[in-house]
Write a protein that binds this ligand. Structure first.
Ligand code: ZN
Length: 310
């Protein structure tokens, strides 16, 4: 079988306020906090993961807390926001819920499907899209009951100066397919093109480059089946001159990082081993989890992190 990076695994963004971040993604959007850990490259910063009950790839939004970072600016060479999938007839529910929570709400449509646009507490655009059948169950929380719970990521919007070059890499090296175009936007899909398996490339030839910081997306991860698949894709990227990182153990998945031609940091993340390697399904996200190298410093790391209590 041909090896491809089939579908979205997670998206990682940067927050200035982890407490407001947790409140918005759990209490307002009804996602589950499936892992509270630290940035494995900088244990002074939270790394928070939200998703469905088990943290299934394709449902995961993750956030670094960069306390000292300035506010970023979304622009060319970045993922431009978050897209979440909602049941078909739930947009009115979500519009009302967001307004009650004090969030802005505008409406629109994309490739014929209706959507809502809001902003998270850091100003990151969050789109809630309906109109596509999505059999994923989502997370049934006390805050959002069936049938309205969000199902996971729908897609992601990549803003680049030259969408053609980015599209070429995704198609020729990672196995995606360009299937539609609309108003400066190209849609690429993997698998059957269901929610969680599409990317929108927005070409902005004169666009200002984005600036990293809070309120921006740090990187986007695509799924691979396992480590050998990632290694094969890594070799393919290397042969094409893309300078991928080595395969890195991220405890919950194995990762390869590279920049696509438009400058966006992409990751290839394995589906396994998943979020149950160090917690039970019942206790996911309840406790600060640290990789073994940081365990001896748990007390100091924990004391330096801000409280997440609402
Ligand atoms: Zn990642």
């Amino acid at each position: 079988m041909e090896v491809v990076a089939a579908g979205l695994h997670h998206l990682t963004a940067v927050t200035a306020d982890p407490r407001a971040n947790v409140r918005f993604y759990t209490r307002v959007l009804g996602l589950r906090l499936v892992k509270r850990t630290v940035n494995f490259d900088d244990p002074s910063a939270y790394h928070l993961y939200f998703g469905d009950a088990a943290g299934t790839p394709g449902t995961l939004l993750t956030f670094f807390h960069w306390a000292g970072a300035g506010r970023g600016r979304i622009g060319a060479g970045q993922v431009a926001g978050i897209q979440l999938s909602a049941p078909d007839d739930s947009l009115e529910f979500w519009a009302e819920r967001l307004r009650v929570a004090g969030a802005s709400v505008t409406t629109g449509s994309r490739f014929g499907a209706p959507l809502l646009l809001t902003l998270d507490p850091d100003g990151i655009p969050v789109e809630i899209l309906a109109g596509r059948e999505d059999p994923r169950p989502g997370w049934t929380s006390a805050d959002v009951s069936p049938p309205h719970q969000l199902r996971g990521m729908a897609g992601a919007e990549l803003r680049v100066r030259d969408a053609g070059r980015t599209s070429q890499v995704l198609q020729e090296l990672l196995g995606w397919r360009e299937v539609a175009a609309e108003a400066g936007r190209r849609r690429l899909v993997a698998g059957q093109g269901q929610p969680g398996y599409w990317l929108d490339l927005v070409g902005d030839p004169a666009g200002q480059p984005g600036r990293p910081g809070t309120g921006t997306v740090h990187h986007l991860a695509l799924r691979t089946a396992d480590a050998p698949s990632s290694e094969m894709l890594r070799a393919r990227l290397q042969a094409a001159g893309a300078a991928p990182s080595p395969l890195i153990d991220r405890t919950y998945f194995r990762s390869v990082y590279f920049r696509e031609p438009g400058g966006i940091l992409l990751e290839l993340a394995t589906d396994g081993p998943g979020f149950l390697v160090d917690e039970t399904p019942e206790t996911l996200g309840a406790r600060l989890m640290l990789p073994p190298a940081f365990e001896p410093a748990r007390a100091a790391i924990s004391a330096a992190l801000p409280s997440l209590a609402a």
